[in-house]
Design a protein around this ligand. Structure first.
Ligand code: SAM
Length: 235
């Protein structure tokens, strides 16, 4: 069965957006993945279909109502729908390649995109939402964050990447940043390709790549090495 994402948003016209081109676009075309949207405003209250209200306790901005979101979520999920329910949120668990892999192995996801100041806290527990953040910065809405997550997930679905091997050495798959890449021409503006890469010695190439990945990770993301330990990058 295809991976199915249901995105709850006030801006369904933003989808598929960048997911409609290249690798993800072809996956959607083939039906390897389905990205459907639901307009939260369809469940709004009153003549103006209000979806938000002022924050309890005062303060700036507006808050997406729990009752409106609950109706939107309930309408999007059948009783037996076991897909994880995610809320894109700067407060959430960071989106990592481990989480991407976990999601790609499942049936899909329901994704709630926040707007304004955020959502009424009660919906998180009330509908079992897992908060996911794409980084330590604040976007104006959850849609782009949802697209980032979905792009990362869709490329891992079976058959989506042309060469299945190409994912294996990528940044984070081995808890290391990736080694550098080169291609023709052999010399460009006086810069050459490291000779080992054109030596034809596959063992030496592999050792060089591993050492480079280790070096770059130590330089740029020592936290990854601290978290996962050194010397286990051969996976
Ligand atoms: N008041 C919130 C705060 O300070 O944490 C920020 C709300 S933001 C303006 C509106 C919505 O954008 C959020 O509810 C969330 O859905 C989305 N969003 C913003 N930054 C995000 C991030 N780094 N990761 C995931 N979603 C994000």
């Amino acid at each position: 069965m295809a991976f199915r994402a249901t995105v709850l948003t006030l801006y369904p016209e933003m989808f598929p957006g960048p997911l409609g081109v290249s690798l993800a676009g072809r996956a959607l075309e083939r039906g390897d993945a389905v990205v459907e949207t639901r307009q939260i405003r369809d469940f709004g209250r009153g003549r103006h279909r209000a979806v938000d209200d002022t924050p309890a306790g005062g303060g700036a901005g507006m808050v997406l109502r729990a009752d409106v979101l609950a109706d939107a979520i309930d309408a999007a999920c059948d009783e037996g729908d076991l897909r994880p329910r995610l809320l894109m949120s700067p407060r959430g668990r960071p989106l990592t390649q481990d989480l991407v892999r976990e999601l790609a192995a499942g049936e899909g996801a329901l994704i709630v995109c926040g707007r304004f100041e955020g959502v009424d806290e009660r919906i998180i527990e009330g509908r079992g939402l897992r908060e996911v953040s794409i980084g330590d910065y604040v976007l104006s809405g959850g849609e782009i964050a949802a697209m980032v997550l979905l792009d990362a997930v869709i490329r891992l679905l079976p058959g989506v990447m042309g060469n299945d091997q190409s994912g294996l050495h990528e940044s984070f798959e081995t808890q290391r940043l990736e080694h550098p890449h080169y291609t023709r021409p052999a010399e460009w503006e006086g810069r050459t390709i490291p000779p080992v890469l054109t030596s034809g010695d596959h063992g030496a190439v592999e050792r060089w790549r591993r050492a480079e990945a280790e070096r770059i990770t130590a330089e740029r993301r020592p936290d990854l090495l601290a978290r996962h330990g050194r010397g286990d990058s051969s996976a």
